[in-house]
Design a protein around this ligand. Structure first.
Ligand SMILES: Cc1cc2nc3c(=O)[nH]c(=O)nc-3n(C[C@H](O)[C@H](O)[C@H](O)COP(=O)(O)O)c2cc1C
Length: 204
């Protein structure tokens, strides 16, 4: 289990908003204090895919989110995309891990090329320059050579790329189980214990 329970969790405008929401819920249940960030496109996708409308006032977002996820609002703090004074924007902060789930190809490209034009990109830039732990859950299909080159570059920098590619060997019977498959893989990479299914020698 990770000692430092501070984490940045960002959602961007790729399909699969349910992955990000479920991750936030599971991390809150595991006692993580989350610095949550939403791109403008993430808000559009959240409404389209999950019927969740986040308030414009960032101070109210934790309450809306916590109600939706049935967790305590104290587990979240939300910042505006241009809040350069937030802890996530500075390498001197004590936040050592960041997840972007889902991660759009646009945000992936901007992280890979160091374009820190919003707080999500700046926070990822900080995590990279401080050689901390960055997990991205990219989602697109098909993938162009541009997408693949950016992913290769990030992988070589030590970024954990966990594409939204759920397995089916555990025979999921619901959408929630498919979402949980991916979220459990993220939790594995954060060293957060979970009781989700694991492949073992006796399964084949
Ligand atoms: C419903 C919906 C689904 C989308 N799905 C994807 C996707 O799976 N992958 C992707 O890279 N972009 C997807 N997009 C496009 C991105 O939202 C768009 O490129 C946006 O500029 C990304 O901005 P962001 O990186 O700041 O979130 C989708 C957009 C919408 C509205």
């Amino acid at each position: 289990m990770a000692e430092n329970r501070e984490i940045i969790v960002a959602m961007t405008g790729a399909s699969g908003a349910a992955y990000g929401l479920r991750l936030m819920q599971r991390l809150a249940q595991s006692g993580f204090h989350q610095h949550i960030l939403f791109s403008d496109a993430a808000r559009v996708v959240l409404k389209q895919e999950c019927d969740l409308i986040l308030p414009d006032d960032v101070s109210q977002v934790p309450f809306t989110l916590a109600k939706h996820l049935d967790v305590s609002p104290e587990m979240f703090v939300n910042y505006g995309l241009k809040d350069w004074f937030s802890p996530a924007a500075s390498g001197s902060s004590d936040i050592h891990q960041m997840v972007v789930a889902p991660c759009s190809m646009g945000t992936l490209a901007r992280i890979a090329t160091g374009i820190s034009d919003n707080l999500i990109e700046r926070a990822a830039d900080v995590v990279l320059k401080e050689r901390r732990h960055l997990i991205l859950m990219p989602r697109e299909t098909p993938l162009s050579a541009i997408h693949l080159e950016h992913m290769l570059k990030l992988s070589r920098l030590g970024v954990d790329l966990l594409p939204a590619m759920p397995g089916f060997y555990h025979r999921p019977s619901s959408l929630n189980e498919i979402v949980d498959f991916m979220v459990n893989r993220v939790l594995d990479h954060l060293h957060v214990p979970h009781t989700g299914p694991r492949w073992s020698a006796g399964d084949n």
